[in-house]
Design a protein around this ligand. Sequence first.
Ligand SMILES: Nc1ncnc2c1ncn2[C@@H]1O[C@H](COP(=O)(O)OP(=O)(O)OP(=O)(O)O)[C@@H](O)[C@H]1O
Ligand SMILES: [Mg+2]
Length: 344
Amino acid sequence: MAEQDYILKVNDLKTYFKVGKKTVRAVNGVTFDVKRGKTLCIVGESGCGKSVSAHSVMQLLPVNGKIVDGSVELMTKDPETGEMRTIRLDQLPRSGKEMRQIRGKEIAMIFQDPMSSLNPVYTVGSQIMENLRNHEKISRKEGREKIIKLLAELGIPNPEIRYDQYPHEFSGGMKQRIMIAIAMICNPTMLIADEPTTALDVTIQAQILDLIRKMQREHGTSVILITHNMGIVAEIADEVAVMYMGRVVEFGTLKQIFTNPLHPYTKALMRSVPVLGMKKDEELATIEGSTPDASTVFNGCEFADRCEFATPECSKRFPVDTVMEDGHRVRCLLFEEGHPNAES
Ligand SMILES: Nc1ncnc2c1ncn2[C@@H]1O[C@H](COP(=O)(O)OP(=O)(O)OP(=O)(O)O)[C@@H](O)[C@H]1O
Ligand SMILES: [Mg+2]
């Protein structure tokens, strides 16, 4: 695939936190890419490093967190020459001008906890306006018109009145729409949505996902959607990255992951997806064991202890990524060439 078909490439990214004397390896070798105009879903259990991966891309890490290795490359148009170029986001100063320009204008993010990302003392309109005027030269009057138009597109009734109201006057689903408005007002090339619907009830969830898809269709936005919900993945993903303990253990197209999951962890995840027609009292399969503490040091595959296919070798040697013929990628010894159990 040609270089310009990619919008973002994350390669072997490692982000660690210092907590007292301990090092938490929250992201420990994450590799994925996002194609132009497409949706990548990142899935995996709580604590596997989904949010920290996203915050690393945006360079929005707390002071005890640091990218220690790997790279984050963003493909973007040079504003002067109009030519495509690659920027190494991980090498930009966190709060420098360039990174601030990229945040919001090139990559916008909807955070996992939207209720606390809105400022209660400002009207929602002024919070959207702030993002808009940070990135675009536009008068307040024109800005207001543009924002009201977007609020209407996002299905917010009486947008002229709602513009001047405060966050507490909005329901959860409506607040989430405001978060999408803040993210989309500058028409970013890429949107990162971190569990944008978990706090919402099912019908509102579906509406919010439809909105994200509509925005994507109309503006060609590339999307990274982080979720626990494999049902949402099935509906919205073009590609899927499955994370476990700070690593991407499998990466492939939606079809590859759903019809031919390779990694034992992905297989277990897929078994936990409710199937249409399943009886109410039929239990979902759960994955045996629990995720180890993120400061645990491993000598081999992190999933070995919970894996039904593990061999003694699995705990002694780190698997590397194996790329299958169709581009489907898996990090498991069982698929490495020369492994006695390969292909079994
Ligand atoms: N500021 C921090 N200091 C220390 N450890 C942190 C910090 N932020 C996250 N971690 C740890 O990094 C690991 C990855 O966290 P992350 O928030 O990325 O998980 P997640 O996959 O987004 O989980 P969830 O699905 O629950 O949102 C966890 O073990 C978490 O405890
Ligand atoms: Mg998270």
